[in-house]
Design a protein around this ligand. Structure first.
Ligand code: CO
Length: 251
């Protein structure tokens, strides 16, 4: 399937989906504290997503068993919630969630500190978030896709961290994963597609404090850093317009 251009009606629905997801993330931020389990977070997420009239898009996606991904410390993404995983003071936790509203998807991730965290962990979270904003400066009609990728990579590496290579952002709409793939690094060849108004993209830098290499655990989902360093994730669903990009999943 080619890259889709959304109609006004579709954009409205994606705005609604994004607003709901942004609110779920705001509420989740308030419950992050030492002692809760990743399963507690999953239960709340599913409750709030459904209460808003949405479907949690991750649940059952390629067999994924939960409504949200909860990835702690060296876990980069796709951590599966369980009642055994407790949050401890000083941890960092990445929450990735997706919703479907009237057939349209939104996908967003945030990383939080649990209680007091050290300054390097704080810096990792801030650099990851900032890299998203540096990237979307280039999310403009007429630019090339990899202008976004390059900006993210350059900023992250200038701060002494690395971008994960094995996972990428993506187009989004009726499907969670649409074309194009959106790397957070500049690929060896090409410039990427030319951006057009009406494209909706999930931009999602995944940043490691150490090296960029990752492994997948035995559960076939959880992605962890090979060197055991911390990782952070920040993601929003955005719309390419005639002017500034519109961030759909941030209120
Ligand atoms: Co995504």
């Amino acid at each position: 399937m080619a890259v889709t251009i959304k109609s006004q009606r579709e954009i409205e629905l994606m705005r609604d989906a994004g607003k709901i997801l942004a609110e779920v993330h705001e509420r989740l931020a308030e419950i992050i504290a030492p002692g809760i389990t990743s399963l507690d977070i999953d239960r709340k997420s599913e409750e709030w997503i459904r209460a808003a009239g949405c479907i949690p898009s991750f649940k059952g996606y390629a067999g994924y068993p939960a409504s949200i991904c909860v990835s702690i410390n060296d876990e980069v993404v796709h951590g599966i919630p369980t009642e055994e995983h407790h949050l401890f003071e000083g941890d960092i936790v990445s929450l990735d969630a997706g919703v479907i509203y009237k057939g349209y998807q939104s996908d967003a991730a945030r990383t939080h500190g649990v209680g007091e965290i050290d300054s390097e962990a704080k810096r990792l979270i801030e650099v990851t978030k900032e890299s998203f904003f540096r990237g979307i400066e280039f999310a403009r009609a007429g630019n090339h896709l990899y202008d976004i990728s390059s900006a993210i990579q350059q900023y992250v590496e200038s701060q002494g961290f690395s971008v994960v290579r094995d996972l990428v952002g993506h187009g989004i709409g009726r499907e969670m994963h649409e074309e194009p793939e959106i790397p957070n690094f500049k690929p060896k060849f090409g410039k990427g597609i030319r951006l057009k108004p009406g494209m909706t993209l999930a931009i999602e830098p995944m940043v490691n404090a150490g090296g960029y290499e990752v492994w997948i655990l035995e559960d076939d989902w959880t992605v962890v850093t090979q060197d055991g360093s911390n990782a952070a994730h920040y993601e929003n669903t955005i719309l390419i317009t005639d002017g500034d990009p519109e961030i759909l999943s941030l209120n």
